[in-house]
Design a protein around this ligand. Structure first.
Ligand code: AMP
Ligand code: MG
Length: 485
């Protein structure tokens, strides 16, 4: 493999931002999956990743030329509780590569061994969480949701010990950066204003160059992060996605979905749904995600206070004004997206009321969230009542609803067009992801590859993937997901 052209921008930041590390060696690395199109977009010949050097890089067995591996320092609030030092405990940043679109991407190994931030952990990743992250993050791309990506998954040939021994693996994660709200918190907690400014300038240059020219770019930076997070969380909700662990260390300032630990897509719709086995209070339930997001952004705003103004009261006023905007920006993204899913005019007078009524009825009906919207799309096309969700039959609430809905559907086919574009047919359903992982643990990767393939075109109905559209049978339902540790 001719080595990818690594740049090391993060490693050029002051030393207190990271720790230099070396990935751990593993006994028998084998490729599970290479993401060919992503490799090409990063200027890497996909075939070269299967060479000895390529596999060396992806497994941590060899540091590619030009890379300066580091573990990034960060802190964070986990389920509301402050943790002053977290950091990459099982992730190692190799460096940045230039994407064909001109912007930089981080290349990071997840599960490549211990770092100074590992505390009690082993820095390793079991196969299951690696496959889950691969499937779900790449599904997100195809669904049109900003997200970190997966360049490769490799098995290591060693066992990882959790409650039982599990096969180990390494995921190569690609992100537009790995700077988190928790990265800012790390320096804020240490009253290191110089580092905060360096970090904010780094983030502006990397993600928000358009604000660099503003007289005070830092409130503008906060505003842009708020916009991206508000629209990201709205997108998640429109797909029935529950992130599961929206701690401040798992919120990227670039606005990408990051950390696919206990995440899941809902089958039966209920707003209070939680999957994560560690989220006992339902803090990060589907419906609570905007509140959690806005809380995290308030923590980000707090860290930027010293950069807003030397006058503390003035700085707080600036922060409050920006944070106040979250709700409005979120609501508009949320209702616009649901208007698209229903094919109704976004600014119709009754649009928001109809959306709320729809979700209320849906919650009472125990219908599958994804199937509900694909049925409506089919009905909009055929006008055949047989295409409506079966639970509608003879239900007076729903029959009145259909007329009111149809009255608001945009004329001339544009409604249907928007429905098709925003109502996926195939999503990474939890039971399918679990089945793919189960089979992979027995050495059979065919379900994983098939599911990955199907998820590349989530909005297309394809005969060969009909089975993947179906909600789980009662005995297939997965009620809890576990952190990817
Ligand atoms: P998460 O809950 O996945 O966001 O991780 C929270 C913190 O725990 C981060 O600092 C991780 O780097 C660290 N961590 C998670 N799993 C491990 C592990 N297996 N070994 C070491 N550190 C870990
Ligand atoms: Mg994390």
């Amino acid at each position: 493999m001719s080595s990818p052209s690594f740049e090391n921008h993060y490693a050029r930041l002051p030393e207190r931002f990271y720790s230099p590390v070396t990935p751990a060696k593993v006994p028998r690395p084998e490729i599970i999956k290479i993401n060919g199109p992503l490799a090409s977009a990063l200027g890497i010949d996909p075939g070269s990743l299967e060479s000895e050097d390529g596999l060396g890089m992806l497994s941590g067995n060899g540091v590619p030329e030009g890379a300066e591996p580091v573990a990034q320092a960060y802190a964070g609030h986990q389920f509301g509780g402050w943790v002053p030092q977290l950091g990459d405990g099982r992730a190692i940043l190799l460096g940045e590569l230039r994407h064909e679109d001109g912007s930089l991407r981080d290349l990071q190994l997840k599960g490549a061994g211990r770092t100074p931030y590992s505390r009690g952990g082993d820095g390793k990743a079991p196969l299951g969480p690696v496959l889950r992250e691969y499937l779900v993050s790449e599904a997100m791309v195809a669904l049109g949701v900003p997200t970190t990506r997966a360049l490769a998954a490799v098995s290591t040939g060693e066992l990882v010990y959790r409650e039982e021994s599990l096969p180990g693996a390494v995921l190569t994660r690609v992100a537009s950066s790995h700077v988190r709200v928790g990265t800012f918190q790390f320096f804020y907690a240490r009253e290191d204003v110089e580092a905060l400014k360096t970090l904010a300038d780094f983030v502006i240059e990397r993600h928000y160059p358009e604000v660099a020219g503003e007289e005070n770019p830092y409130p503008a930076l906060l505003r842009e992060v708020i916009k991206r997070q508000a629209s990201l969380i709205a997108r998640w909700m429109q797909l029935g996605f529950i992130h599961g662990v929206m701690n401040t260390d798992n919120m990227s300032v670039s606005g990408e979905t990051i950390d696919f630990g206990p995440c899941a897509f809902m089958d039966t719709f209920h707003p209070e749904t939680v999957f994560s086995s560690i989220d006992r209070q339902g803090r990060y339930a589907w419906i609570n995600q905007p509140v959690a997001g806005s809380w995290n952004l308030a923590r980000l705003a707090e860290t930027l206070l010293p950069l807003f103004s030397e006058d503390r009261d003035e700085a707080v006023k600036i922060a409050e004004a920006e944070i106040h905007e979250f709700e409005r920006i979120f609501n508009s993204a949320y209702f616009d997206g649901f208007a698209d899913k229903l094919g109704i005019e976004r600014d119709a007078e009754n649009a928001r009321a109809l959306i709320e009524r729809t979700l209320g009825l849906l919650a009472g009906s125990k219908l599958d969230f994804t199937v509900f919207f694909t049925c409506l799309t089919r009905f909009q096309e055929s006008k055949d009542p047989a295409d409506l969700p079966f639970a509608f039959e003879g239900d007076p609430d729903w029959s009145g609803w259909i007329d009111d809905w149809q009255e608001l559907v945009a004329d001339g086919g544009s409604g249907l067009e928007r429905m098709r574009r925003s109502n996926p047919v195939v999503i990474p359903r939890n039971h399918q992801v679990e089945a793919a992982i189960e089979a992979a643990m027995q050495g059979d990767y065919s379900l994983f590859h098939r599911l990955n393939e199907a998820l590349l075109n989530p909005y297309e109905e394809r005969e060969e993937y009909r089975d993947l559209e179906l909600p789980p049978q009662d005995d297939e339902k997965v009620v809890a997901t576990f952190c990817g540790t």
